[in-house]
Design a protein. Structure first.
Ligand code: FAD
Length: 466
């Protein structure tokens, strides 16, 4: 009824999960107020800090998120780390419902000797570096070697390979940070191997990203035809995306340089391409090998594997044989990982998720989750959208049937704001962000880039007079 207090909902994290959850609740409940809290001063999570700079079209979702943030019943509070500046318990006191959408801020580790040698980086850190994530801005990856090895066969691995091998002229027009562009300009890397434990039928990347890599100007694909024998048959009844992806790999493996039927011109230039990349299958990294002085990486020893079972559930089992591959740069791209936020929130350490059903956190009424922290760090933005709508639906249902008691009003940011003030924490509003945004766009303009990201949070805060 109109006299009932407005439900106040709090969302933690401003990535796709946070924004899609907020959007769905606001759209389907015309009284709800949704406040989004974000750790960084700037919004949008991995859309800003994960999605590759040369994929600007993927970032168009930012337009929809911006519309949501500008709604009167929505507020954005950046520069607030939940769990440190304000606790989940304090948020639950102030809001009728709290949705945790804080993503996956850590990475899985290989867990092998030599992993900490200089020249070994996690994909997460490397991606954060070229995308201007504040915590990775000083990574300074050493690109003075000719061969890089990426562990992993997913889209993030392909993103990294593409960034390492792309002509500078292509990257220069993107929102890649100035500092990483300068480092890539001096890069000696001309060969990139992508290594996976399993076979071609188990790769996790998708066809669009593979095709982009195959067509990358100045870089030649090197695939071993022997890796693909018999696969034509094996994929006869496979789902269509898997089938097409495998067919593209087979076609590329069998093609001799210069033999391409389409894009003859491109093929001709690729035959003499100064750079190359390839996929290596059924190899499981055992040890990162050090240089003689013990300080840097000089290669990786890998166990050869055979597959037990088939399809997605195939398991890689070491055959006993090993192989060493020389490289001066190792990037491990074997997945992101969520961390527990607060001892009061249940967390399944093994699966790296908050245990939930349809986004309702197990055993904690009024607490919800969405996105990567709900289902694990896989899936594209659309997957995250659907999953967030599902969580939002749970919140709406619980509001409707009275599981969430809205008879008593909650203060929302009124209460949280005082807590933050008492702790000397200054939130960044959405219009503050729009000032930072405008400054970035202006800085990029001179260089012909869509934006030049500000990578220092202090500088962001200064810009808005904090
Ligand atoms: P995130 O996007 O990580 O958002 C979580 C947010 O929570 C972050 O802003 C974070 O700062 C904030 N946060 C964390 N901790 C706290 C805290 N304690 N308090 C407050 N806030 C906090 N998908 C595509 O569709 N196309 C692509 O091209 C694509 N490229 C990708 C490239 C990379 C390298 C990666 C890693 C992913 C890519 N994805 C892509 C997948 C897509 O980014 C994810 O599906 C999506 O971002 C997950 O959304 P999320 O909101 O759960 O997490």
């Amino acid at each position: 009824s109109s006299s009932a207090p407005a439900p106040r909902v709090c969302v933690v994290g401003s990535g796709p999960a946070g924004f899609y959850t907020a959007q769905h609740i606001l759209k389907h409940h015309n009284g709800a107020q949704v406040d989004i809290y974000e750790k960084l001063p700037v919004p949008f999570g991995l859309v800003r800090f994960g999605v590759a700079p040369d994929h600007p079209e993927v970032k168009n979702v930012i337009n929809a998120f911006t519309q949501t943030a500008r709604l009167e019943r929505c507020a954005y509070y950046g520069n607030i780390t939940v769990g440190r500046d304000v606790t989940v318990a304090e948020l639950r006191q102030a809001y009728h419902a709290v949705v945790l959408s804080y993503g996956a801020e850590d990475n899985r580790v290989l867990g092998i000797p030599g992993e900490n040698l200089s020249g070994v980086y996690s994909a997460r850190a490397f991606v954060g570096w070229y995308n201007g994530l504040p915590e990775n801005r000083d990574l300074k990856p050493d690109l003075s070697c000719e061969t890089a090895l990426i562990v992993g066969h997913g889209n993030v691995a392909l993103d990294i390979a593409r960034i390492l091998l792309s002509p500078l002229s292509l990257l220069r027009k993107t929102d890649i940070t100035d500092c990483s562009l300068a480092a890539l300009a001096c890069s000696k890397v001309k060969r990139v191997w992508l290594v996976g434990r399993r076979g071609p039928l188990q790769v996790a990347f998708t066809i669009k990203e593979l095709r982009e890599m195959i067509n990358l100007p100045g870089a030649r694909p090197v695939l071993n035809p022997a890796d693909f024998t018999g696969l034509e048959n094996a994929i006869k009844d496979a789902p269509r995306p898997r089938k097409r992806l495998t067919e593209l790999m087979i076609k590329t493996a069998l093609e001799k340089p210069g033999e391409k039927t389409v894009e003859v011109q491109a093929a001709a230039t690729q035959a003499v391409a100064p750079r190359e990349w390839g996929l290596k299958f059924q190899r499981s990294p055992q040890e990162v090998l050090p240089t003689a002085d013990g300080r840097r990486v000089r290669g990786v020893r890998m166990a050869l594997t055979h597959l037990e079972g088939s399809g997605d559930s195939a398991k890689a089992v070491p055959t006993g044989d090993v192989e060493e591959l020389e490289c001066g740069l190792v990037l491990s791209s074997i997945g992101y990982r969520s961390l527990p936020l607060d001892p009061s929130v249940p967390f399944n350490t093994q699966r790296g998720i908050i245990p939930n059903s349809s986004g309702r956190v197990e055993g904690v009424p009024g607490l919800y989750c969405s996105g990567w922290v709900k289902r694990g760090p896989t899936g594209v933005i659309i997957t995250t959208m659907n999953d967030s709508f599902d969580t939002a639906q749970s919140v709406l249902e619980d509001l409707q049937v009275g599981v969430l008691d809205v008879s008593a009003s909650r203060e929302g940011f009124g209460a949280v704001g005082s807590i933050l003030r008492s702790r000397g924490v200054h939130p960044v509003s959405f219009s503050d962000w729009e000032k930072i945004d405008a400054a970035e766009v202006a800085r990029g303009k001179a260089a012909g880039k869509p934006r030049e990201k500000i990578v220092d949070p202090q500088e962001m805060l200064q810009l808005i007079g904090h």
